[in-house]
Design a protein around this ligand. Structure first.
Ligand SMILES: C[S@@+](CC[C@H](N)C(=O)[O-])C[C@H]1O[C@@H](n2cnc3c(N)ncnc32)[C@H](O)[C@@H]1O
Length: 336
């Protein structure tokens, strides 16, 4: 049954299509449903009564839990108002792990307490069997002086050269703003948001499921990271856009055999355990204290010009032989 849906976006009503997906068969389920905010979708009336909307949500949330494997996780993205109801549905069938706050700022010019974050509920199917990986993101620094924004006080000697473990507040991933990156869709998510979730909760070859696929963000993230995917989407045009985009994507978001999430030429998310392998691609400050004001430099990124400042780095002879630019044959980053 599952095979016919694998690695494609199927057009249709997710509640109908769910019936074909066996129990305990997918690794993670991610849902970004319409928020009932009267957005202009092609095929969805985004304006149900509160009770109609919640009844509908409860049905597909139950299905998400049903089809997820005991090792798997369930992620649901929405505004806080609706997530408060979702927790009461999910608490009876799965285990709460986190309420991730995704800070997606708008200009603070409308009103006091203007909503500027979304929530991502993170539930797991079984407490003892869940698959989960610690993940890191780059330190946030002043662009001019490179000092860390965060004051680590006496903990500086413990700083990780690449960056901290990701907390439940995500401030480093921006909404899709530029028109050139946007599809004809009112609510497209950034790929790096989903890539982070995938790196945290799945392995290569696992199945990532999305019942509200839109223009295919989850599927693209899964494909880039060497995972399988299943997407459902009501609107034919969005399916078409997704399939066109997917045809151009490769499963190559990695350095050597390490899957990573990239934006431009910097890593956005990596797994903690992969730093050992990836560190050889970075120029790392001499001492732990230096990390406070000296960024690690990805040897193949735009920061290569900083290599000239030899005082600011440890000497890596192996690397000095291998300074390469994107596109050269020995480039270890196959993403670009
Ligand atoms: C918030 S958008 C998802 C956007 C997606 N995350 C992306 O980045 O492109 C919700 C999507 O759900 C689709 N949708 C609404 N009702 C649906 C249903 N019953 N079954 C499948 N898809 C549905 C809409 O057409 C819309 O594209």
């Amino acid at each position: 049954m599952l095979e016919q849906y694998l690695n494609r976006i199927t057009q249709g009503d997710c509640l109908m299509l769910f019936q074909d997906i066996p129990d305990n068969s997918i690794d993670i389920a991610f849902a970004d449903p319409p928020f009932n905010l009267k957005k202009k979708y092609n095929s969805t009336k985004d304006g149900l009564t509160v009770q109609e909307y919640l009844d509908w949500c409860e049905r597909w949330l139950n299905e998400m839990v049903r089809i997820t494997k005991p090792t798997g996780s369930i992620f649901v993205h929405n505004i806080p108002k609706w997530l408060t109801y979702y927790t009461s549905f999910l608490n009876s069938s799965a285990h709460f792990k986190h309420w991730i706050s995704w800070d997606a700022p708008t200009s603070p010019m409308g009103k006091t307490l203007q909503p500027s974050h979304y929530g991502i509920l993170f539930y797991i199917k079984e407490l003892k069997q869940n698959k989960f990986y610690e993940i890191r993101y780059p330190h946030k620094r002043c662009r001019k002086c490179h000092y860390l924004y965060k004051d680590y006080g006496g903990k500086k000697p413990l700083l990780h050269p690449f960056g901290p473990l990701v907390s439940d507040v995500w401030t480093d991933i921006h909404r899709v703003k530029h028109n050139k990156y946007r599809d004809e869709h009112p609510c497209q998510l950034p790929i790096h948001l989903i890539e982070r979730i995938i790196l945290m909760s799945t392995d290569e070859g696992d199945i990532v499921f999305d019942p509200f696929s839109g223009t295919g963000t989850t599927a693209i993230a899964a494909k880039r990271l060497g995972r399988n995917f299943i997407g459902f989407e009501l609107d034919e045009e969005y399916v078409c856009i997704s399939e066109n985009k997917l045809a151009q994507e490769k499963s190559d978001s990695k350095i050597d055999d390490v899957w990573i999430s990239f934006y431009l030429d910097e890593i956005v998310t990596l797994r903690d355990t992969d730093w050992i392998k990836l560190s050889k691609y970075y120029i790392i400050p001499e001492s732990a204290e230096e990390i406070d004001h000296v960024p690690v430099i990805f040897r193949n990124g735009k920061s290569d010009n900083l290599l000239k400042n030899k005082d600011r780095r440890r000497d890596y002879p192996m690397f000095d032989r291998n300074i390469v630019k994107y596109g050269e044959p020995s480039d270890p980053c196959t993403y670009h």
